[in-house]
Design a protein around this ligand. Structure first.
Ligand SMILES: CSC[C@H]1O[C@H](OP(=O)(O)O)[C@H](O)[C@@H]1O
Length: 424
């Protein structure tokens, strides 16, 4: 499962097993093919817009922040591609090429707001650079700098989200469900999460999984008695939980337990869960949150059992232009993703599977693609990739600017919070 060695910034190195995006400026972009994880770690080159669109559409790369970063970097490598120059050499046509490219990229997946938000800011930025009187090379340099900045800013934001979220949970910012004394630092802590919101969904660290990383570090550093346990759901049908989040938690050595999506209420009924922490694809102005399918029923179960429901969302996932979740387009994906599982397996008769044993059939392919049907032939399937959790079922929204809780009217004032924090 070793990742291929590659260079980053002219330094030969090997990406960490969890590095979803590898960018060597100005034009070498690779993404970790998440359709093959955790059993194969394969990096796929993104050489142009079409490669980027396909990787996002097929979910080789996924996660709201990662989608935005790969989308913009695919535009960078397309615009700076010297092998097949496609970008116009005059400023006006170059800006038109950027606009047309963005419109194409935005057809990849509709629900997560991050790519829309990032490309809106990019368009305004390049227009300002052009108005300042630059040539196309200046615009290309600005585009490259913008894409590189997204990588570093996302990790900074996620570290802040992790810290704010961990502090909020440890400080009793909510009513603990544990019988234990909130003030007792030696007590155990358990958090349930859904889907994958970690390094594989971002440029690194993660959002909700970033909070789990920070919470685990805080509990284990404050005292040797504290114990932290993460629980993650499988997250059917793509299995972001059992394939990706479990992979990240095991990689980091964080005690973790996998459950099926159908076990959520039974687990919450044990009263061992301190908080449910999930990510977000699009949070509207009132706090309604589009996230992976299954989040809504998780929130219902959490509310029923008195467990705080916490959404981790960088401000790049907050869409103040939409008043409520009713305005969010929910992506429906191919039925096939629910009706079967596909992937690659190493055949038991091949050298890879048998090590050095003699009696292997070398004529067999080392790995072979498979499709395993899971449902009765002929059945139809409904496969919405997201659902919307109403703000009424959410207790806190953790951003890189801090934790947003409800006002005296029981509402989130996200616009006011963001404006105030950014003015500080
Ligand atoms: C920080 S990732 C946010 C969000 O994206 C995931 O969706 P997908 O795997 O379909 O791209 C999931 O909803 C995560 O919570």
């Amino acid at each position: 499962m070793a990742s291929p060695a590659t260079s980053i910034g002219n330094v030969a190195c090997k990406p960490s097993a969890l590095q979803a995006i590898v960018f060597e400026a100005p034009r070498q972009l690779q993404i970790l093919d998440q359709l093959l994880l955790p059993f194969e770690s394969v990096y796929v080159p993104i050489r142009n817009l079409e490669d980027g669109h396909r990787a996002i559409r097929t979910m080789q790369v996924r996660g709201a922040p990662a989608i935005a970063i790969v989308g913009v970097l695919a535009l960078v490598v397309d615009a700076l591609n010297s092998n097949r120059p496609v970008a116009p050499t005059a400023v006006g046509p170059f800006l038109t090429y950027i606009d047309d490219s963005i419109k194409y990229l935005l057809t990849s997946r509709p629900t997560a707001v991050n790519l829309f938000e990032a490309t809106n800011r990019l368009t305004r930025h390049l227009e300002n650079v052009a108005a300042a009187g630059t040539d196309v090379d200046g615009l290309k340099a600005a585009l490259l700098a913008y894409g590189e900045a997204m990588l570093t800013q996302d990790i900074k934001d996620n570290r802040r989200i992790g810290r704010y979220g961990a502090e909020y949970i440890l400080s009793g910012g909510h009513t603990p469900v544990h019988d234990g004394n909130q003030a007792d630092p030696a007590r155990s802590w358990s958090v349930l999460t859904h889907c994958n919101t970690g390094a594989l969904a971002t440029a690194g660290w993660g959002t909700a999984l970033g909070i789990i990383r920070s919470l685990h570090a805080a509990v284990n550093s404050d005292n040797e008695h504290g114990h932290f346990q993460a629980y993650c759901t499988e997250t059917r049908p793509y299995l972001q939980g059992s394939r990706l989040t479990a992979y990240e938690l095991v990689h980091d050595g964080i005690p973790a337990t996998l459950i099926t999506d159908s076990m959520v209420s039974a687990l919450l009924a044990t009263h061992r869960i301190d908080a449910v922490v999930v990510g977000a694809d699009r949070v509207t102005a009132n706090g309604d949150t589009a996230n992976k399918i299954g989040t809504y029923q998780l929130a219902i179960a959490a509310r029923y059992h008195g467990v705080p429901m916490i959404v981790a969302a960088p401000t790049t996932s907050i869409d103040l232009g939409r008043r409520s979740g009713a305005e969010i387009e929910i992506e429906e994906r191919p039925q096939e993703e629910l009706l079967a599982v596909t992937g690659r397996v190493t055949l038991c008769g091949t050298p890879e599977a048998q090590g050095e044993e003699e009696n292997v059939d070398a004529s067999l392919p080392a790995t072979t693609k498979y499709r395993m049907p899971l449902a009765a032939p002929g059945i139809q399937a409904w496969n919405p990739s997201f659902d919307v959790t109403p703000a009424a079922l959410i207790d806190a929204i953790v951003t890189e600017l801090g934790v947003v809780t409800k006002n005296a009217q029981g509402e989130f004032d996200l616009a006011g919070f963001i404006q105030t924090r950014r003015a500080e």
